[in-house]
Design a protein around this ligand. Sequence first.
Ligand code: SF4
Ligand code: SF4
Length: 398
Amino acid sequence: MDVTALKSERVRIALRPKMQEIARRVQLIREQDIGMMGGLWQRAEQSFRKNGVGIYFVKDAAEARRVVGKLVGTGPVVKSKTNVGREIGIVEFLRGRGVKVTDTDCGDFLVDMMKQKAVHPVTPALDLDLKKVAEKLKCKGDGKSIKEAVRKKLESEFGKAKVGIIGANFVSADGAVMLIENEGNIGKVLGMKKLVVVTSLEKIVGSHQEGLECLLAQSRFATNRVGKFIHIIGGPSGTGDLGEYQQGMHGAEEMHIVVVDNGRSELLKDEGKRDILKCINCGLCVLACPVFPNVGLEQSGMRGVVIESEAVGDEKLKEVWKCTGCGLCARICPAGIDLRGIAVVVRKKLVEHGHQTEGNQVMMKSIGESGDTLGKKAGGVGEDEGRKGGGADFTYCC
Ligand code: SF4
Ligand code: SF4
């Protein structure tokens, strides 16, 4: 796959007038819903409970793992994509307890099989070497043969699993988990007897209608087309054909939703960073960014750095120094999030807390001592002699 061509095509399409129209609508919905997050979750909770769904609001990743672990029991588990699940490390946790977990999204399955890291929230296997993948699967190296080999492996796992774990693109305050997909694996996971949804606070939308608009937009900006299947799940399956209503027919008999905070309530209070909660997780900013994918940084780029840093602290936040401030992410984000502006806010906070890059510290010291970014002994910007003379490793605008 020519990843560079794919990137520029997606960026070009995202800037078309029709797409910008869709983006403006998303921005309105997300702005409004993030502002009413608490009230919307109260409504959602009432609707879910009425439909026999268990709902658990958890503070952090550790509590989320504990709750999901209890719900899952001994498994075995088939799971579809959940970026919140990835954030809390649910697969590693369950496997650590001896529970068999199989990723059923093709990309996630391959990334897991190859013991690699996902490079993108929507297309995690974007940079896998398909030749190596085929060797591992003992099949031919073309896409069709790999797909068939993956399908065969997954069929047998679906047959054995007792629990399904899914994420949510959005959760409607009217009481529904909303998802969009192409592969059909989510549909199969929904057929497990017990269903556990792992999601987070900012996924809430005011209604099914708003959720649908955001789903379609997410799909368009993420993949340049509308996904083939949309799921709106209000509760466990059941039948009213046998006199008294019987819960659990062809779909789940039990359904639980774990809503993860993990720093999001704090983000909501932070004027400089709260906009990040409007994200619809299309991954376009990661695809377009000239820096984050190239330095092997985690799959959700600047957005992930800011969200996860609220939970794991300044160590994670230091990644923002890698941003060049080019602003492309802010230009194309359908949710209108100024990621570059947020990076500036985060950098200021880091400096206030005494965190600077080593290079920056050297440069500031040099300026203080000699008025020159490269120090007294430096010959000039870019000259190797300057570096040998003890000046800064590199320079950039601070
Ligand atoms: S920050 Fe914007 S571009 Fe990036 S994933 Fe979220 S909605 Fe998409
Ligand atoms: S502003 Fe930073 S995060 Fe955004 S695209 Fe440019 S380098 Fe990437």
